[in-house]
Design a protein around this ligand. Sequence first.
Ligand code: EPU
Length: 339
Amino acid sequence: MNKTIKIQKNKSLKQINAFKLDVFASEFIELKTMNDFHENIEYISKKDKKMIIGDATNILFLNDFDGLIVKNSIKGIEKLPNSSPLLIKAYSGEIWNDFVHFSVNNDLGGGIENLVKIPGRVGSGIVQNIGAYGVEIKDLLVSVEAYSFENNKIITFKKEELNFEYRNSFFKKNNGKYFIISAIFQLQNKPKSFILDYGNIKNNLKNIDKLTPLIIANTISKIRENKLPDYKVIGNCGSFFKNPIINYSLFNLLKSKYKNIPSYPINENLVKIPAAWLIENSGFKGYEIGGASVYDKHSLIIINKNNATPNDIKSLSEQIITKVFKDFNVKLQTEVIFV
Ligand code: EPU
């Protein structure tokens, strides 16, 4: 059944993309329930140019979108009965941070507490394999149910089939081919151990006797609030670039010139370095082009400071890539997806 009644034409995306860019979609639909999904999936399937979004917290719209934008707001969280270890199903349009809060408020952990305050929805979190403070969404995931636009049917994928990598997944590589419906996560009830090795988390917890997922989540929330801008207040998409992974011969060369360059070993050949450090040390902190600016509290973030155009943001990112390459011989890659 074709419920075109829900389709909006020539829709402004200004309040619908985290960069708050003034772009339009020729068609737009928001799905809020599984009923909406079933009623409209045939229409969506037939569209050649379409894009499924959550809160567009990792997307830079370079132009108006001449096609159908499907905003996925299908919410729901269900504990699967009698599951041991504990399994929870979350629908893909559930706000990721609400899912984290549901978990920690029920004393459920296992790593999800470290992913508090990451913007976006469950589905986009899976596409992007969101991560923070030593945990990635893949570490909690068991399986994903997705509608295939190629086969017009629902397929269940086990985590192992989804080729997760740092900020990458099967769904990101097969962009536009699937609509993620829901996912099953494995959490721990009243966990005794926590992942606290990243940065200064341990320091922030040193006076607390008994740790709980809620305490960890509250602590990490505060750390994030101090350095990351809220996209609802200042348009931004979080980390604009991925942290580059380089080989040790380049790293040793850099280390000999820059004694304080931070690093996180990946294996005996590779090491990850913070893009924020490279950008700051190329002189970009606070640098502006048009209405776009490198955030002054964290140089991995580009903000829409003053009615930025997509081109302001793109030009700023290109200048950063060029200068960082010239200064450090490291080619930055964007985490944000350009559309
Ligand atoms: N740093 C600077 N200048 C800055 C900010 C940071 O030199 O302005 C250096 C510092 O040495 C700092 C290091 O960069 O110790 C790392 O900074 P931070 O701990 O803030 O983490 P990040 O590497 O910049 C990554 C993720 C974040 C995630 C944090 C915490 C990526 C691309 N980003 O950022 O994820 O919240 O770690 O785990 O991997 C996101 O993906 O949108 C995101 C915010």
